[in-house]
Ligand binder design. Structure first.
Ligand code: CP
Ligand code: NVA
Length: 297
């Protein structure tokens, strides 16, 4: 008898577009049912949450979501683990799998997350690496569906640094019929086989877009080049001028944390076209639906 492999969520390609749409619908149900009908998918189960980098939204939403599904979150910081003293990722995966029903990990090494998944016998969820942020993309899809009623045929213009958030948005969009355009300057554009339209022209990108999407210019791990990044990315700020080239119905998204005045102006971030706060809330609902799906028998 062959042992079945756990479902993982690492680069976003593991879940089909149809399933993503079902998960978003489930996330909406979970949202509507709060706080009383949390579901019990994690009753009697624990979820390890290993954060090697800072987090506000991802960590708290996974912790709260696990509790709301009846489970027990075990939050771990990298520095507290024997990993920080040289225990291998492979052995960490083997041991955690004996204790918990799923592992959520935020790491500075995408390769380590892939290796953790290869050696774990429970689902592993990527809570951000330098390459991908698939959980963010789930909440992004939920936000788009809330605002526009559906996903197929929408256009999202991501403006700024071609980073992990942009890459995962492109993957999730390509699976669900959302066209993603990434506007970034030379040297900051997404590389490799990315399912997005790439341009260096932010104004052309936002024309006809349903949503304009921004992220920080200095991601975790990019601190050494912060000043250069701020200079190079300045023409890609999301401000009233950029919005004037979009439709009146176009919404603004940002994964947060934001730096008002840097990659997005305060009037746009806090203005009436901003969907940013719903987007942040949706992290909770979307990840609860993800946990249910990954742990379903
Ligand atoms: N958007 C996001 O992942 O935020 P955190 O870094 O606070 O988790
Ligand atoms: N691109 C950012 C996202 C933070 C949620 C980073 O990796 O730091």
């Amino acid at each position: 008898m062959t042992e079945s492999r756990p479902r993982h969520y690492i680069d976003g390609h593991e879940i089909s577009g149809g399933r993503l749409v079902e998960m978003i619908d489930r996330a909406e149900q979970l949202k509507a049912g709060r706080p009383l009908e949390g579901g019990s998918a994690l009753a009697g189960k624990s979820v390890a949450m290993l954060f090697e980098k800072p987090s506000t939204r991802t960590r708290i939403s996974f912790e709260v979501g696990t509790a709301e599904l009846g489970g027990h979150p075990v939050v771990l910081r990298g520095s507290e683990m024997q990993l920080s003293r040289g225990e291998s990722v492979e052995d960490t995966a083997r041991v955690l799998s004996r204790f918990v029903a799923a592992i959520v990990i935020r790491s500075g090494s995408h390769e380590n997350v892939v290796s953790l998944a290869e050696h774990a016998s429970v689902p592993v969820i990527n809570a951000l690496t330098p390459l991908f942020h698939p959980c963010q993309a789930l909440a992004d899809l939920q936000t788009l569906k809330q605002r526009f009623g559906g996903l197929d045929g929408l256009k999202v213009a991501y403006v700024g640094d071609g980073n992990n958030v942009a890459r995962s948005l492109a993957v999730a969009g390509s699976l669900t019929g959302v066209e993603v355009v990434v506007a970034a300057p030379s040297g900051y554009q997404l590389e490799g086989d990315v399912p997005a339209l790439l341009t260096d022209d932010p104004i052309a990108a936002v024309e006809g877009a349903d949503a304009i999407y921004g992220d920080v210019w200095v991601s975790m791990g990019d601190e050494e080049t912060a000043e250069q990044r701020r200079a190079d990315l300045a023409p890609y700020r999301i401000d009233g001028h950029l919005l004037s080239h979009a439709r009146r119905e176009t919404i603004v998204m940002h994964c947060l944390p934001a730096h008002p005045g840097e990659e997005i102006t305060a009037d746009v971030l806090y203005g009436d076209r901003s969907a940013v706060w719903d987007q942040a809330e949706n992290r909770l609902h979307a990840q609860k639906a993800l946990l249910e799906y990954l742990l379903a028998p």
